[in-house]
Write a protein that binds this ligand. Structure first.
Ligand code: UDP
Length: 468
């Protein structure tokens, strides 16, 4: 279980400057120079439990690239664990979102959790030195805080999860984590109300995540490239008709060579209006709910097809439920009446090559006419920001970070249990391109202002500066 050092490709701040403009770039560079001076040889470590799959890894892949370009002394370590450990942390994760899953957390679970996190903390303490700062991400790493703090390392816990309401299962998870968390110096949440009462407010900071506008996930793609990528990965009818080329994060050319694992009776035609939801195969994303709403309420009302896309299930190491949830969606799909089933596709996107996976997500989002994020709970919802950046109209659940993102007409918010409201909103947007376009433009402007990397890095620089 040796921690693994991850070194994502360097990303040029100057390229980000092309999107954010000279003034925002100047402010960012000045903050980076100031922070480098004040760090004075100390290192900032980011610690999480997977290098790929899910929002945290997605963000670290990008931000670490910019930090390298800014020549800030930062490192990213991925810590491991056995199946039992990730089974416990998945139960914690679900409970912190207010969803019950699996049996209650026991003393034995607490002991197993503490054992693994202590081993991980000891390994990290061999690498980090007193005075360094460690940012621990999510419940998988929270247990490392006491040992690291005892070695003179400043610990910041970054929690990407949260629930809008207190629940008994949520309280159970927070009680489980409480003894581990109190030794951290600061806590970072995506929304203010995710902080449990026992963590001091004055040591808590709200930092929403960000997306990278020039990464393969979000970079501009011309319609020809969108079509070529969709053909190459096998999610639209007709098969490939030439190479699907794109630019990798490190600036080298890439080409789509893997195909998605697709469950479909028929593949959609290129000109069929497409509704897309992209998520990990996680029950809280309610992929099955999208499928049912599409088949029962959206498909009968007019044209359109649905693509539900997620990572290939054996590929996301810290998410043991993925295969199970995918199988559940598969069963729901199989049980659909043939008429609507032939318009719905489940696509598992290959994860061997992250840039290739990202450009597939990008092409799907850009090709769609409406994007759904029908989550039952959502810490922030990067997929929503990604869709908004692409000027797509989003129909999202009125939960967690989706609320802030889609407020004020930047998208449509629907209660997660309101299948009719969800379906009605999707249908209206498929049928009203002018409204879809207006919404998409407002969405893009908001993401440009609030959720790009410079805003994110400045918020972190301010927090880290407090400890120097
Ligand atoms: N994602 C991806 N490939 C996939 C499915 C998801 O790259 O096959 C990405 C997605 O684009 C987003 C992230 O995984 O950047 C998911 O983050 P989000 O905050 O939406 O949800 P989380 O998975 O963290 O709960």
């Amino acid at each position: 279980m040796t921690p693994q050092l991850i070194t994502p490709p360097r990303r040029a701040l100057a390229d980000l400057g092309e999107v954010i403009g000279a003034e925002r770039l100047r402010i960012l560079r000045a903050a980076a120079d100031d922070l480098r001076r004040r760090l004075n040889g100390r290192t900032v470590w980011q610690i999480n439990s997977t290098a790929t799959g899910g929002g945290v890894a997605e963000m670290l892949q990008v931000l670490m690239g910019y930090l390298a370009d800014a020549e800030l002394p930062t490192q990213w370590l991925v810590v491991g664990g056995e199946g039992e450990f990730f089974e416990i942390t998945k139960r914690l994760h679900n409970r912190m979102h207010g969803a019950s899953s699996g049996p209650p957390l026991t003393e034995a679970d607490a002991a197993a959790y503490a054992r693994t996190t202590a081993v991980n903390a000891a390994a990290v303490a061999e690498l980090a030195k007193p005075g360094d700062l460690v940012v621990l991400h999510d419940p998988q790493t929270a247990g490392m805080a006491p040992l690291l703090a005892s070695r003179g390392i400043t610990v910041i816990w970054r929690c990407h999860i949260g629930a809008d309401r207190r629940t008994p299962v949520g309280d159970e998870a927070w009680e489980f984590l409480r003894p581990h968390l109190l030794s951290a110096s600061a806590y970072v949440f995506s929304l203010a109300h995710y902080r449990p009462d026992f963590l001091p407010e004055e040591r808590t900071v709200v930092i929403p995540p960000s997306i990278d506008p020039i990464a393969p996930k979000n970079a501009e793609l011309d319609p020809g490239t969108v079509e070529a990528v969709l053909r190459a990965c096998g999610v639209i009818a007709g098969g490939p008709d030439g190479p699907a080329r794109f630019l990798r994060r490190d600036g080298r050319p890439g080409e789509v060579t893997h195909t998605a694992k697709v469950l479909a009776d028929e593949l959609p035609a290129l000109d069929e209006p497409m509704l897309v939801q992209i998520s990990r195969w996680d029950r809280l994303k309610d992929m099955a709910g999208v499928l049912t709403a599409f088949a029962e309420r959206i498909a009968p009302g007019g044209p359109g097809c649905l693509v539900l896309a997620g990572p290939q299930v054996d590929e996301v190491g810290d998410d043991p439920e993925g295969a199970q949830v995918y199988a559940e969606c598969q069963a729901v799909w199989q049980a659909l009446p043939r008429q609507s089933r032939r318009r719905a596709v489940l696509a598992s996107l290959p994860m061997e090559d992250l840039d290739e996976n990202a450009v597939m997500v990008n092409a799907l989002q850009r090709h769609s006419v409406v994007i759904a994020q029908k989550s039952l709970a959502e810490g922030f919802g990067l997929t929503v920001a990604e869709a908004m950046w692409k000027r797509r109209p989003v129909v999202g659940s009125a939960v967690g970070g989706i609320l802030d993102q889609l407020a004020d007409g930047r998208g449509v918010l629907v209660e997660p249990a309101d299948a009719a409201g969800f379906a009605g909103a999707v249908r209206r947007l498929i049928d009203d391109p002018a409204e879809a376009s207006r919404m998409g433009i407002a969405a893009h402007e908001f993401v440009h202002r609030e959720y790009l990397g410079d805003r994110h890095l400045l918020r972190w620089a301010e927090l880290i500066g407090r400890f120097l």
